[in-house]
Ligand binder design. Structure first.
Ligand code: CS2
Length: 493
């Protein structure tokens, strides 16, 4: 039987595997992370590990899961240790990360998590709770009161259920105890993620106690961030391959690319690490970075996800290795780029070249279906924003429209070869009902465009709406592969 990675076995690892060079027993726990998935383990946790490695022992992480016990159950027997496997083509580097002290399961013991958040040594709270975890209506920015977890947190907060609920409960406790608030750092791919988190927390706190609300507004800090690293879901083959290489079983490993970027707005409520020393950019204005990343990287990702998954292309690298795939991505980027005001330090041409190479990293195994989930939450900032900005200037957006139409087709639950797939999206029931009621693809497109949480009302009846409806008809009639090929051909001069 293969031994499990953990404190007592880490010394058995082969010499080329990096491991924590600091004394984990001396690690304090200055960070609480909400939503420990693969992304956190490959991104922020690696940064805190770097800080610990430099001898600043304040930045160990207590992490929490909101739903499944899977991560806790994988990490607890490993004393929180896990491998970060960085793949670049044929090269692979393995590094054991020691920054995660423990993992709490929020629904199992909510008061333990509130206690951790309210602890005097907690200075930073980082969040990766996905777009839907903020419980805000994307169109209005108001709390989604129909959400049952949110309604429960608005009624009583002794056992919170939502991320904003936990933050408010803990901030109330900190205020009672005379402690400063922590800095709450949203690391989700949302525009103005810090403002949104702040809005959710203030709205909830205001219902409970206006004095608490004002205290948070005055003393709290919710910096904006841009986070970037491609982190495909780990599968059983990855775990076996790593065990064969290291001799130890690691059920919490994550695989990723060499590239990593974290830009944080310079806005902190109290103590913070020397982020700059470990490559994090701390800056006055994150928005231009965020917008460029959302519209270029994530916009292309979503287009690739829906067109690729419909056409039966399993991986992102397979999609961009085909001429039609890379031509589509370049044309989509031309459309998006025209809507950006990038920071002076960001060379968009170089960024696009690097991005295409990142997408083409065949060692990652990044599944189009992984990216396809939660489209209703992702589309507005990734694709619709560019489309609307272009329409305002009288510009057509054929590739952006095609990507949006492919999302619509995906929501129907059938791939081009006729196989059915589950639509993993908070609005899946609504979009399925639209497809069931629609007379034809044109009608389906019009009804889907009327979902105000995704599309601004001004889009209805516009030339862009006609273009989307036209593409949807073609996708249904001819399939994604043929539609994509024709679209790219028509683009060429
Ligand atoms: C992806 C992102 O799954 C998705 O929606 O577009 O997770 C993407 O890989 C990251 O934002 C890269 O930084």
């Amino acid at each position: 039987m293969t031994l499990r990675l953990g404190e007592s076995t880490v010394e058995h690892l082969p010499g080329d595997v990096e491991r924590p060079a600091y004394d984990r027993a001396a690690m304090r726990r200055g960070v609480v992370h909400l939503g420990i998935g693969a992304f956190h383990r490959a991104h922020q946790a690696a940064v805190f590990d770097d800080l610990l490695g430099r001898g600043d022992m304040r930045w160990g992480v207590r992490a929490a899961s909101f739903r499944s016990p899977a991560t806790r159950d994988a990490m607890a027997p490993q004393d929180g240790l896990y491998s970060l496997v960085v793949r670049d083509g044929a090269e692979e580097r393995v590094r054991v990360i020691g920054a995660v002290a423990d993992v709490l399961l929020a629904p199992e013991n909510p008061s333990e998590l509130v206690k951790a958040l309210a602890a005097p040594e907690t200075h930073l709270v980082t969040l990766t709770v996905t777009e839907k975890g903020y419980k805000l209506d994307p169109a209005t920015g108001a709390l989604i009161e129909a959400d049952s977890d949110l309604a429960s947190d608005l009624a009583v907060l002794h056992a919170p259920k939502t991320a904003p609920g936990f933050l408010v409960a803990a901030l109330a406790l900190r205020r009672e105890r005379g402690l400063a608030p922590f800095t709450a750092i949203s690391c989700d791919n949302l525009p103005e993620n810090g403002r949104r988190l702040e809005a959710a927390v203030l709205a909830m706190a205001g219902r409970r106690d206006p004095v608490l609300r004002d205290w948070i507004a005055e003393k709290g800090a919710f910096p904006q961030t841009m986070v970037d690293r491609i982190v495909p879901a780990t599968d059983a083959a990855d775990i076996e391959r790593l065990a064969a290489r290291t001799g130890l079983l690691d059920r919490a490993m994550v695989k990723t690319e060499p590239f990593t970027q974290w830009v944080i707005e310079d806005r902190f409520a109290g103590e913070r690490p020397d982020f700059e020393a470990v490559g994090v950019q701390v800056t006055a204005d994150v928005a231009p970075w965020e917008t460029a990343k959302l519209r270029l990287l994530n916009g292309a990702h979503s287009g690739i996800a829906y067109l690729g998954a419909l056409a039966g292309i399993e991986f992102v690298d397979r999609f961009v290795m085909a001429d039609t795939g890379s031509a589509f991505v370049e044309a989509l980027w031309d459309e998006a780029e025209a809507t950006l005001a990038p920071p002076a330090e960001l060379d968009i041409a170089a960024y696009r070249r690097a991005l295409m190479a990142r997408f083409a990293n065949a060692a990652l195994g990044h599944r189009t279906r992984q990216i396809a989930m939660d489209g209703s939450q992702k589309l507005p900032q990734r694709l619709v924003a560019s489309l609307v900005a272009r329409q305002d200037r009288g510009l057509a957006s054929p590739m952006t429209s095609l990507a949006i139409a492919a999302w619509m087709r995906w929501q129907a639950g059938r791939c081009d070869d006729g196989t059915r797939h589950a639509v993993d999206d908070p609005l899946a029931d609504r979009t399925a009902a639209i497809w069931a009621a629609a007379a034809d693809p044109d009608d389906a497109a019009r009804r889907l465009l009327a979902i105000e949480a995704i599309f601004p009302p001004a889009l209805a009846g516009s030339p862009a709406a006609d273009e989307i409806a036209g593409w949807l008809g073609e996708l249904v009639r001819n399939g994604a592969a043929a539609t994509l090929a024709a679209a790219v051909r028509d683009q060429r001069p």
